[in-house]
Ligand binder design. Sequence first.
Ligand code: UGB
Length: 587
Amino acid sequence: LKNLSLLSPEQVELAKMLLEMGQSHLFEHWPEPGVDDDEKRELFNQVARLNSSYPGGLVSYIKTARELLADSKAGKNPYDGFTPSVPSGEILTFGDDTFVQYEDAGVKEARKAAFVLVAGGLGERLGYNGIKVALPSETTTGTCFLQHYIESILALQETSCRLAQGDGPTEIPFAIMTSDDTHSHTMKLLESNAYFGMKPTQVKLVKQEKVACLDDNDARLAVDPHNKYRIQTKPHGHGDVHSLLYSSGVLKEWHDAGRRWVLFFQDTNGLLFKAIPSALGVSATKGYHVNSLAVPRKAKEAIGGITKLTHQDGRTMVINVEYNQLDPLLRASGYPDGDVNSETGYSPFPGNINQLIFEIGPYLEELTKTRGAIKEFVNPKYKDSTKTAFKSSTRLECMMQDYPKTLPPSARVGFTVMDAWVAYAPVKNNPEDAAKVPKGNPYHSATSGEMTIYKANSLTLRKAGVKVDDPVLQVFNGQEVEVWPRIVWKPKWGLTFSDVRSKVRGNCSVTQRSTMVIKAPNCHLVDLSLDGALIVDDVDGTEVEVVGPVQNKGWTIESVDYTNTSVPEEVRIRGFKINKIEQLLKP
Ligand code: UGB
């Protein structure tokens, strides 16, 4: 009590709140005033931050924690009363007429969209030292994920605004959710690269705060083991993005400016923008309030399953069931084998890739009620079966795809399925873990992330009429992958399938050992037969025609073991490097 005199009136209020919420252990052993006074005040600065960054404040956090911890202790299943079944969604085939129609609709709509990248995660599964958005998406050009995302948004903006002929918005805003782990690195990456061509005012960083850790089932806040005047904190999960868009006023700003869509995406998916235009087209055409992108899912793959849940009382919802919960849910509800492949070779439940498209109007209306609070969960690791003590402190967590859980049944919630080679090539697993992935399941590693980009571009060109040679199989970092020709283009060359198709003429062909990089937006391939490396540079948007045969020694791929520390980490985690021997440079 003597220490109260050190605190401001606001801090005294916070202290009273903590006492009422059973948190006296945070300061009951404080020494007399005069000892560590600044540190004591600093604890209250931290408490104020934890209180203001959580919808409903710490009181709400502690109450929810007690409820969820009690449920967890009682072994209550969050899906009690629900029966899972396979939902039906829009299934798209890349390049067919329906796909092209949706792409056209999506590109028109894009100027009314805003993009949100969630990039606050450390990527513990990958174990990379830097931020994941700074990793090269492929090493042929070395373009990092963030650059690729920004260039894709700018290409969409340019095409969409051109189609609108000056009517309506001219800029697509881009928000990035960072955390203390990623914020300064993300800022530095943007600043040192002139925002990769985007106007700095177009990019908005919102930082998520960590949440307080919990020591026991009474939700006593954990004291930081390194500093007795701090509360230990841990990440709360990507679900924070909703409360941040709401509390920062960004969402309201977008809505007031007449924007119609917000598109969420994750930190390392080099294919995503191949799927965005058509998926946005689906949202606009079907009038979906929520549209999740999905890909065929292999059983036990570490991506959630999109599931229809029907409650005993008749309620239904189509929602992601997270990968660690799908198997137990299925076993408990009439699928004795749990999460297994069907006769198609895939799980019957489409895989959630956490690319979400929301209509802003209904989204903002909902957040005005909830302030962006998302259904949370807790995952304590208990010391023993009495479930009375934890091995280490825990905390509440939330996921952005759980947003529809609180929506009324009238909400239009749908999903769109595309082949994985079109839409999904994340970089999540380190080489050792990737090499242990069951045969036939995707590796989700830096190796597969890069190789799938080449595959997708090769298959896109094939669909556009180019004769592209079959891939060869090679093993890098213990993972067997298909090696297609290394074909890469800038988004402003081939934003949509129609764009690509319109730029290829006559009989074109590319051999497996070839590399092709197209940077010029106005490049046409005419009767090209490529056997080697071809780089088409962008010289102020000049028209370039690449005609006829091109043959040279090309660029080769050399294996590099991930344990070889003389090679930079971002290279060795993929298990190969590219040797640039000879190429034709155009124009
Ligand atoms: N992220 C944050 O921004 N903040 C955080 O506190 C945590 C993460 P992970 P996860 O598509 O493959 C998700 O760790 O959570 C960002 C879906 O839940 O890569 O294991 C982080 O920077 C799952 O259903 O993935 O699994 C990254 O951009 C499935 O769809 C993103 O959140 C899976 O992704 C995802 O974080 C998938």
